[in-house]
Design a protein around this ligand. Sequence first.
Ligand SMILES: [Zn+2]
Length: 626
Amino acid sequence: MKFRVGQFALVALFTFTSVGCVEEPANTSTEEARSTDPVEESGTPAIEKSGSTGFVLTNGAVYTVNEEQPWVEAVVVQGNKIVYVGDDAGVAGFRGDGMEEIDLEGRLLLPGFVESHIHIGMGAGTTSGVVLESTDSLEEVLAKVRTYATENPDKKTIFGASYSAFIFDDKGPKKELLDEIVPDRPVYLMDHTLHAAWVNSKAYEAAGMTRETPSPAGGEYVKNEQGELSGWVKGGPAHLPILVKTGAITSDAIMASMPVLLEGMSEFGFTSAIDMGAPFATEAIYDAYVALDEAGELPLRLSVTYYVNNEELAKDAADKLEEYAGRWKSEHVWFDTLKITIDSVIENQKAATLEPFLNTGDRGSLYLGAEAMEKVCMETAKKGYGITVHTIGDRAVRETLNAAEALREAGFTDTRFSTTHSQMVDPADRSRYRELGVDAQSTGNWAVHIGANVEVLGQERHDTVQFPFRSWADDGVTIALGSDWPATPGGFEHGLNPFNNIYTAMHRKAPPGLEGALGQDPGMILKPEDQVLTLAEAVAAYTIGGAKMLGIDDEVGSIEVGKKADLILLDRNLFEIDPEQIPKARVMGTIFDGRIVHDVLYGKGDSELVDLDDLGDGAVGPCSRH
Ligand SMILES: [Zn+2]
């Protein structure tokens, strides 16, 4: 059965007057990726529904992430619930009609992973057009656009993302180059930062823009020497309206990209995730999530956030979140968290820091002042929702913890509150996570030594304040690891990969051979070297830690009787192998909500792997971690 949904309204959240880090896409060929999509190819659903009523899983090395009963041999699933956790002998009573027996042959079984920071819909959108790689030359970009336009005569607009802004001089890209190869319809290409676009004359025409059109706040319609629109459009408030008017990213394209991304996530063992927002097509994305879930095609539990990054948006954020929570919900999709972005990133020196950046001499900026921050947190807490705050700079972390403190003092002691990224944490603020009950979300792969950051922070601060994993763990703080894909180096294959992130969280250096892909200086370890997690802590951060951050730890995050049957089977036992082998681990099978959604061992369900090369090589630039 093919899922089909109607046309969705493409509505964008373009009120980004202070666009922060508009996060970055990976380069993907949807066309290529689609050919590996079993929905398209065989006409069978990506999620197979076996005739069984449950599974009797025996002879395993089952690591439950439940401290009371950490290691067992067997698990029994009935429907979508775990009904038995224990030794092999204890399963006898569960055998019988409709129960499928699986011999795990000693392999490691874990709770399904929780991806605590990702942008699935944004990734689906930005990977839905022509594949532009950050390494492409100008000639290569033009050749790809020409070929794509020829091969897609029916596409109303030619869309692409992630050409490198560095292939142009300070006058930027020119519309004439695109007019020459595509004179008949709009072309809209986003550069690798997503902060700027390159468009042709037809795109301006479709958007109704002329040399007289005034530039909006936070953006610029760049003019050429003749005073005409040049083809270069800077800033989200300027270029995103063109994206909408040209229909560059369609809901159909998002729908077409999404299944293959979700399938790739099942192959990495993710059975829960939180979507941290998109700068465009938000309603189409939410529609797609619910439609996929209702069609039985969503292979994970998906918390979706309502996103704000300025005081104006914050004013009605709690009400909007409540409205969205009512409007988009299905069995595995829900809104109950406000995402606030309070600063930018180190790479563009716009993160809010306590000390000035060495090159700019300033301390970056906060998108919300203390008063607005406190107000929106209170209003959100009053409605019973949780809060997660993008914090990169140590001033952003401090201000966010201040807001959490005000919230706790006002009596909201149970409101879920996390900092996401949590990159620079002044030593004086570390213990406040424990004191205030704030969860720390972060990305293992970012905890590496990056020369460009040393230059702007200075060696001492670079080596002192970043990613205090050990301190949080010693304090008993809930740590949740995630990837931030597609806004992370290494792309889908290396950036999203939980085993790479577990390895880096344990070592503060990139997995062997991935130094370049993750932007790390070869041979360097990020200091303080002892701010590492143990393997068990890193696994917990990808399971129960993420579940707590999402507020679903009573249902998932560990293998316990009564919890939902989200389970993954690995090809090797992480706890027994040489830690250097951890990044090579693969998920052989994924059970989501009692259904097999990925299996390469037993011939149950889909056994054709997504070609990860089709999902892009990752991003470079000011919003990535290079
Ligand atoms: Zn993000």
